[in-house]
Design a protein around this ligand. Structure first.
Ligand code: OGA
Ligand code: NI
Length: 382
């Protein structure tokens, strides 16, 4: 892309669209027809995806992410699978989960209703627009549309999911089957998350001893699974329309996820890239598999053993892309801290205690970027 073309894009985009037009999102922008992207979406050269340039930091060959077969976790090969799980969380912070037991039907209904939500007229989707970070439902665009200086090429719908009876009445009532389909999907992903966390805890060598008295002791590690059962769940439906100049922008900037685990359902269109050994690796879609990644809270809980890894989304000129991310953590007011069972003289505590409110306060004062929040939690002595 020559500099002249970059300037050209910006000028054209700006004269075509008044300032607040961008708040309506990229789907609206694309539907109004455009051949170049407005300046508002053009990243500085160093932040662009650089998929084609010579000194690109995008991996030329695609390494395959570890694949974990969930059905084997409950069979005789559990010890070996736990070892693969540990390797994946330490080395990549990501893995693909197959044979996870959520039916094709539940998954295709979720994909289908997500698509139909984004097909609704803008006015219908816009009913859920708010800048309140605590809102049970939030429709928006970019990453943080009140703070991003450059916008990214994404519209989203965020839903709080747990406890369901508190939030369901706030969810979109259109399409008509939206609540029913998303409720089933959220309950099934929540259950899968809990099964995965049980395995992850075991893979960290934290044995769950069922001693009644101990369980009732406050701060006891055995309670983490119990706490996660009542924990927060946020569903993010991401929509990335085709982008006429995909080399100049991103669908999502490099970031890490805040929770314990994210279960991502991507469609067959590539876009997700993860940082691995200084390069960006594309995560190849596997039909109906979940892409699972370690979030900041699990990195803290594991005292740094498991890695919350930077990832980003690139967009493309031809195809729209939809994904559904389900983010899980402790209840919002609960403290996240390194497990006492993973701390000893050789492994001192590496992170300060934190909670979701601290995180929200942090991101609402600045542009959320990279792993700044997690870095701010690191104890300087280590
Ligand atoms: C997210 C995310 C990736 C994708 O929602 O946090 O990283 O492929 N999504 O949409
Ligand atoms: Ni993410």
């Amino acid at each position: 892309m020559s500099p002249a073309m970059v300037v050209g894009s910006g000028e054209k985009g700006e004269s075509d669209t008044p300032g607040n037009q961008y708040q309506k999102g990229v789907k609206q922008l694309v539907e109004n027809g455009l051949h170049t992207i407005p300046k508002k979406y053009i990243l500085p050269p160093s932040d662009r995806p650089a998929t084609n340039s010579e000194n690109s930091n995008v991996a030329k060959q695609n390494l395959q992410l570890p694949i974990i077969d969930f059905s084997e976790l409950i069979g005789p090969r559990r010890p070996q699978v736990l070892q693969s799980l540990a390797n994946a969380c330490e080395r990549y912070g990501f893995f693909q989960l197959v044979n996870h037991g959520i039916s094709d039907d539940v998954i295709s209904s979720m994909r289908d209703v997500s698509g139909r939500f984004f097909d609704l007229p803008f006015e219908e989707r816009a009913k859920h627009m708010t800048t309140d970070m605590h809102a049970p439902v939030r429709y928006g665009t970019s990453f943080s549309q009140t703070k991003d200086s450059v916008f990214c090429w994404r519209d989203f719908l965020k839903l709080l999911c747990h406890p369901l009876p508190d939030f369901l009445p706030h969810w979109p009532a259109s399409p008509l089957d939206f609540r029913k389909v998303v409720a089933t999907y959220s309950e099934e992903t929540k259950y899968l998350f809990l099964m995965l966390m049980e395995a992850i805890q075991e893979s960290l060598g934290i044995k769950v001893e069922v001693k009644k008295q101990e369980e009732e002791t406050e701060g006891n590690d055995n309670n983490i699974l119990k706490d996660l059962e009542d924990g927060s769940q946020m569903m993010v439906v991401n929509f990335y329309p085709p982008c006429p100049e995909p080399d100049l922008t991103l669908g999502m900037p490099p970031h890490s996820d805040y929770g314990f685990l994210t279960l991502l359902l991507q469609d067959q269109v590539e876009g997700l890239q993860i940082q691995f050994q200084g390069q960006w690796l594309t995560v190849k879609p596997i039909n109906n598999a979940f892409v699972v990644n370690v979030g900041d809270h699990l990195e803290i809980y594991s005292n740094g053993k498991y890695k919350s890894v930077l990832h980003r989304v690139i967009v493309n000129a031809m195809k729209k892309r939809t994904s559904v991310a389900s983010l899980h953590s402790l209840p919002f007011n609960c403290t996240v801290r390194p497990s006492p069972k993973l701390i000893d003289e050789a492994n001192p505590k590496r992170y300060a205690d934190t909670n979701f409110d601290t995180f929200l306060a942090y991101v609402s004062t600045r542009e959320p970027k990279r792993k700044e929040f997690l870095d701010s939690r690191k104890l300087s002595s280590t």
